[in-house]
Design a protein around this ligand. Structure first.
Ligand code: HCR
Length: 378
């Protein structure tokens, strides 16, 4: 039934929200949504989903051949999808609207050293643009020589009752090999469809195709389908891992559902399994954070949302937004510009351009954010 999951007092504001979506163009982050759909978490925290299974991230370095490492990268990537796209449903009952980060907002975290989990992994996130919202991140396991750098933005549209989100941005994973060489992987991101809006209980389905192109020539092509395709199940995927042109090896085909398990089609062996416990990022307590760090910055708003005190949440959100507006005005008056702390912007990412050519990436070039090696863990 329409609006089934919407609290009675918010049904009419949910209906207005849905109506406004139909004619909406721009970024959803700036749209006003009813309180029941608000999340107390800022989008700057989302890059942590890349490493909630740090042992799989670390295991990439243990692959003895480029083929083994390409499969390890795919296994780690597929294993991140459950966290990235279903964890709000698990923790809060449905997908929610995250807090829209301010320019310069920071999020630092670690997965502490633990031999079973593959050593310490660190995370640095910076909100590098407010309009449109763009988040840059860097995740590193120094002992293993593995680094992931990327940025993420979204273009949203509305079609057939669903919100369609095109992810703009990409990630680059580098692996320092014992030979002294560096292997690179260009990772593109899937398209999302936000379904379940009519009932007031949104959830994500992944759509179309994403790629992981290795500098060694191995390419993973990942096709996403929902109910009614391949296996007829939600969250289905099929990944084909093809060798470089000069290698005659039969491609690997992996099929399954990304939020549970998958199998290698040839051997029937389990490929990935995310039914086991994950490890959430460790963050220092709020009183040890700077005023730019997410959980301290949004503390009042998040508390209001969690406790159902939406008036105080809205008041604190306005305070933060007014401060930001004032900052931008002061910068304009002084003829200065906000300086990023950990990343610098480049108009074209050379890794995207070089590796993207191998699978005819669309677009052919993308901008990038280069990490300045000045995070709290470096
Ligand atoms: C689309 C989305 C904001 C962006 C979120 C991203 C794409 C961010 C990068 C992460 O790596 C993966 C990721 C996962 C989220 O599923 C996705 C969010 C889902 C909803 C949110 C919209 C801006 C809010 C829409 C409002 C609805 C729920 C009413």
């Amino acid at each position: 039934q329409a609006g089934e999951a919407v609290p009675a007092a918010q049904k009419s504001s949910w209906t207005s929200f849905l109506k406004s979506l139909a004619s909406f163009s721009g970024d959803l982050s700036s749209m006003t949504a009813p309180p029941f759909i608000l999340s107390p978490t800022s989008l700057t925290e989302f890059p942590a989903y890349w490493c909630e299974r740090p042992e799989l991230f670390a295991a990439i370095a243990d692959g003895k051949t480029d083929e083994a490492r390409s499969l390890a990268v795919l296994k780690w990537f597929i294993s991140t999808l459950k966290g990235q796209y279903t964890s709000r449903n698990e923790s809060m009952g449905s997908e929610k609207k995250p807090l829209n980060p301010v320019l310069g907002e920071l999020f630092y975290g670690t997965w502490p050293s633990n031999s079973a989990r593959g050593g310490e992994t660190t995370l640095v996130v910076e909100q590098v643009s407010h309009h449109p919202p763009i988040t840059a991140y860097r995740i590193a396991n120094n002992a293993k020589g593995i680094v992931l750098t990327g940025h993420n933005a979204q273009k949203t549209s509305f079609s057939g009752g669903s919100i369609i989100v095109k992810q703009v941005g990409h990630a680059v994973l580098t692996v320092s090999l014992p030979s002294g060489e560096t292997e690179e992987y260009l990772i593109t991101l899937p398209r999302l469809r936000i379904d379940g809006l009519w009932y007031g209980s949104p959830y994500i389905e992944l759509a179309e195709t994403s790629y992981i192109q290795s500098s060694s020539g191995w390419l993973s092509t990942i096709e996403y389908k929902g109910k009614g395709y391949f296996s007829g199940k939600s969250h289905s995927f099929k990944a084909t891992v093809t060798p470089p042109a000069h290698v005659s090896v039969t491609p690997h085909v992996i099929e399954g559902t990304w939020h549970t398990t998958s199998k290698d089609a040839q051997t029937a062996a389990t490929f990935h399994d995310v039914t086991t416990a994950k490890e959430e990022v460790t963050v220092v307590p709020i009183d040890q954070q700077s005023e730019w760090e997410s959980r301290r910055l949004w503390h009042g708003v998040a508390k209001g949302i969690r406790e159902g005190d939406f008036e105080s949440a809205a008041k604190d959100k306005s305070r933060i937004e007014n401060e930001q507006r004032q900052r931008r005005k002061d910068e304009a008056a002084a003829g200065t510009m906000w300086e990023l702390k950990h990343f610098t912007h480049i108009d074209s990412d050379p890794v995207y351009e070089r590796l993207g050519k191998l699978f005819k990436a669309n677009p052919a070039t993308e901008d990038g954010y280069v990490y300045q090696n000045n995070g709290p863990h470096s």
